[in-house]
Each structure stands twice: as C-alpha cells, then as structure tokens.
Ligand binder design. Sequence first.
Ligand code: ZN
Length: 91
Amino acid sequence: MKYPKKKRTYCPSCNKHTLHEVLKYRKREARSLALGQRKFKEKLKGYGSFPRPNPKNRGKPVKKVALILRCTECGKKHHIRGFRVKRLEMV
Ligand SMILES: [Zn+2]
C-alpha cells in the first residue's frame, strides 16, 4: 500500500486542519523498571506460570502498522489508528 509522506489533516491542539508529517513508529528498548517488565521478570523467576512462546503457524499473515502524525505548525505528534497491510510504502 502507498501512503503519503505528508498529509493535510485535523490537529487536535491547533483545532484545525494543518499539514502533517507522517512518521513510522519504532519500537524502543523496554524500560527495565516498567510494570510489564517487572511482572515478566517475576514470571521468569518462577512465580506464576512459566511464559511460553505463542504456538507456531497461528500468527496473522499481515502486520499492523503504527503511524504517527506530526503537525508542522505546532510540532505535536499524535497517533492514528493502525491498519493491517502486507507492505507499506511511503510516497
Ligand atoms: Zn498542530
């Protein structure tokens, strides 16, 4: 699927339609003190059931993309609802 690099859409902080830059969301390194990571560590130690990987061949064939829009006027970012595509191309 082709997606525009720049898009004119509604900005909640400017309260009007402005030009937005489209960015791809990148996964960051997990914070070791975040609640989910702390819970995961406890599980690895043996508390609760042991975490098992998801069964094979049950994943979805297409992945969801997470896009971020950055307003060129106020510089604020906001996320848009992710959608499923095989390949995303920025045009
Ligand atoms: Zn704005």
